[in-house]
Design a binder for this molecule. Structure first.
Ligand code: AMP
Length: 542
């Protein structure tokens, strides 16, 4: 027997309809690429998104066409997304931090037809556009006055293009499994792989994200997604903030400590999210200036492991709650969040930080397990680690074009490529990427644990641990350190600091000091480059 409830397809434009009807006057504040702070409301956003949809359709774009965006987090970027989805076309976020050849490869693989681009990236697009034969049109997200001289054929200023529409348009009808968005994983090895979100998965993911066990945002929050929209949907905030009716603050092109602080303060931001490197800059700025964060209540930190000292500083010095989160582009991206279950809620001080070092538990909509190499489930004992696998309605079922099929099994489990353990209350902790873990004499050493420990030293600005070849043990850990300006800790001092805090055989065999640690386009430490750099490093005991 079937239920007798209404069919109400989960379509992304319903989010913006809801925001414009229930939270019409709530603001979206953006630091524009042109410079000034600009404001609009959810009602404006809906009207402008309808115009985008109307204009796109008039250009001939239709269901399933890929419409790329290469843009910072701004209101314009958001309305371009919603307008694209509203005709059943697919927004495809491009990460401008990738190498130009990679962007070309990705655009050709996706067969992008149109590109919305910020002024910042026009020179980059001028270099690559001719290498993407499918690309018919470039829409520069600015007005006529700021439109640059460009060698791009078929380039128009967005505001002029938009002004040709009156917004008298109805969202197109299609089923909820229709593709809505697309994002390629940066893939440190091999070609990038395309993840294709559907309307249904985006809406369900946004609902999952809003819930109190996850991000827990509401209409009373002021939400600033610092994490870019081109990094896995700004972790869903581009959908969950309008769904909740939260005021949105979009930081645009500036993500330095001062610029972020300015918006946190002037717009009274209560909730924000980004990768640890962004917060490193903000904390440095706060320490230098002595400024405080009176309005900020919660910060979600993920994308790579949130160092324990970072959590400690936010909570102790600024009274801001840290939620450590883990996810992947393939998961829309939220996989787990470190909100508190009653079993842990009473913990304080270092016992609480121990739990916050974990990446948290899976919300409803994400199933999670760890398995050994024989694909047998491992116990949830907080120490036995293995391959982390997930499934759920906002988890990819395959990659666009069928690459990486070996990561998906018949039961629908997706092998994340991460190594983790899960404790008895369901809190998961990533110990490594499978390809980064150090195999020393047949045993595994977690590079994330060692990095966390090194970062707790007051003179260390950034730390990375990689395995280097060893004649007896196969691999041994090498700690690579960027010192804080004006500080000069020695190798012996750092190793002595770590001693006693991890198993003796985990201690790095050596320390290398560098000026800079390389990062990927999404802000993760680029361990492949580091391993290459130190491939001939001779450990002192060899
Ligand atoms: P991306 O798809 O670019 O977001 O990258 C996903 C990968 O980032 C995951 O598979 C993890 O290896 C890593 N990652 C994300 N969040 C965390 C976290 N909180 N701690 C450790 N690694 C993380």
């Amino acid at each position: 027997m079937l239920g007798l409830m209404q069919e109400w397809p989960l379509l992304c434009h319903k989010i913006i309809d809801h925001a414009a009807s229930q939270h019409a006057g709530r603001e979206i504040v953006s630091r524009s690429v042109e410079g000034p702070i600009v404001r609009m409301t959810y009602a404006d956003l809906r009207t402008r998104a309808l115009k985008v949809a109307q204009r796109l359709e008039r250009e001939g774009y239709k269901l399933g066409d890929r419409i790329a965006t290469m843009a910072w987090n701004t209101g314009r970027h958001l309305e371009a997304w919603y307008g694209t989805m509203g005709i059943g076309a697919v927004y495809h976020t491009l990460n401008p931090r990738l190498f130009p050849e990679q962007i070309v490869w990705i655009m050709n693989h996706a067969e992008d037809k149109c590109l919305f681009v910020d002024l910042t990236f026009v020179p980059l697009v001028e270099k690559i556009a001719s290498k993407v034969p499918s690309l018919k049109q470039v829409i520069v997200l600015t007005d006529k006055a700021h439109m640059p001289e460009t060698s791009l054929a078929n380039a128009v200023a967005y505001e002029e293009w938009l002004a040709e529409a009156d917004g008298d348009f109805a969202w197109r009808e299609f089923e909820e499994r229709t593709a809505a968005g697309m994002c390629y994983t940066s893939g440190t090895t091999g070609e990038p792989k395309g993840v294709l979100y559907s309307h249904r998965s985006n809406v369900l993911h946004a609902m999952i994200a809003c819930a109190p066990n996850a991000m827990g945002i509401s209409a009373r929050d002021v939400v600033m997604p610092v994490v870019p929209m081109f990094h896995a949907n700004a972790w869903g905030l581009a959908q969950s903030a309008p769904m909740s009716g939260s005021k949105l603050v979009m930081p645009g092109p500036r993500m330095d400590g001062e610029a972020i602080y300015e918006l946190l303060d002037t717009e009274k931001v209560s909730f924000t999210a980004a990768v640890p490197t962004v917060w490193l800059m903000l904390l440095q700025y706060l320490e230098e200036t002595g400024k405080k964060l009176p309005y900020l209540k919660k910060v979600v930190i993920g994308g790579s492991a949130c160092p324990r000292v970072m959590t400690e500083k936010f909570q102790q010095n600024y009274d801001v709650e840290v939620i450590h989160a883990w996810g992947m582009t393939e998961m829309s991206p939220l996989g787990s969040l470190g909100t508190m279950k009653p079993e842990y809620a009473g913990l304080e001080g270092s016992a609480r930080l121990d739990i916050q070092e974990k990446q948290g538990f899976a919300p409803f909509g994400v199933e999670m397990k760890v398995t050994n190499d024989e694909n047998e489930d491992l116990p949830w004992d907080g120490k036995t680690f293995g391959r982390l696998k997930v499934r759920g309605p906002a988890v990819a079922s395959s990659y666009y074009g069928g690459a990486g099929a070996e990561q998906f099994d018949e039961q629908g489990w997706f092998d994340t490529g991460d190594v983790a353990h899960i404790d008895r209350y369901g809190y998961m902790q990533i110990t490594d990427r499978a390809k980064d873990v150090i195999k020393s004499g047949g045993e595994w050493i977690s590079t994330i644990d060692l990095e966390n420990l090194a970062l707790a030293h007051p003179d260390v600005a950034e730390a990375a641990v990689i395995g280097v070849r060893h004649s007896k043990w196969d691999e041994r850990p090498l700690l690579v350190v960027v010192r804080k300006p004006g500080k000069n800790p020695s190798r012996e001092e750092l190793l002595a600091f770590m001693q006693g805090k991890v198993a003796k055989w985990w201690l790095p065999d050596d320390v290398a000091f560098v000026d800079e640690i390389p990062h990927t386009a999404t802000g993760k430490i680029q361990k492949t480059t580091l391993r290459e750099q130190f491939k001939d490093h001779r450990l002192p005991m060899e």
